[in-house]
Design a protein around this ligand. Sequence first.
Ligand code: ADP
Ligand code: ADP
Length: 233
Amino acid sequence: MRDVEVRLGRTRALAGVDLVVGAGERVAVVGSSGAGKSTLLRLLTGAVRPATGTVEVLGRDLAGLPPRELRRLRARVGTVHQHLDLVGALRVVHDVNAGRLGTWPTWRAALSLLRPQGVPEVAAALAEVGLADRLYDRTDRLSGGQQQRVAVARVLLQQPDLVLADEPASALDPALTDRTMVLLRDVAERRGGTLLASLHDPAVALRHCTRVVGLEQGRVVLDAPVPALTAAD
Ligand code: ADP
Ligand code: ADP
């Protein structure tokens, strides 16, 4: 991102943001509520557009990217949202299977992609997040934490080059938080890829990330490698 400013209504959600993240980095985005963490992650899916400045994702400038190219790019970006974009009335198996599309599921897309031979892979992804027995449950009947894990299973199936996780652990207890972070790290690492996660717990950021970016009122106020932070405490 180069000199990015984002306005949402009358709010300047981000201002003067310069950020270069290299392949293989695991970046924790930290900051209080309203600091701009979600906005920063949403910029990278093209869901939010900058008022000024440029945003490049996986080597492509998002401005003026034709819809087809944008879709192709998004297929390489895995997202775990705070506001889950799971399709509630679907069965878990369909929601996870949508990972193959590389995008959030629509009814039609999620259903059309489910081939019988795909089920074992979906089941394996669900087993990794500890939901092996929930394959045929309705997603909206699961708890918040379970839904979050369904979203992680979807990313496991998608195998993206870039993982964007917005408070991926907000509804999880400490043990599950660590487990989830390890899974997201693994997805990114398997592809030599990158992880950006907004995290409210600094300890989680230090345990699982290589770099911490701090936001305050839409500005980057901290950008440091984790070893430097732990050394200085
Ligand atoms: P965080 O993820 O750090 O909590 P956000 O990126 O969600 O922060 O929000 C950054 C700022 O933008 C906040 O001041 C928030 O109130 C504002 N904001 C977020 N979404 C909208 C919106 N749709 N319309 C207007 N303001 C918004
Ligand atoms: P939200 O789901 O946070 O309310 P919107 O519905 O405003 O976001 O989405 C705006 C646009 O962002 C959508 O039309 C879609 O193109 C894109 N978008 C939403 N969710 C995702 C996602 N998970 N991955 C990629 N793009 C998304």
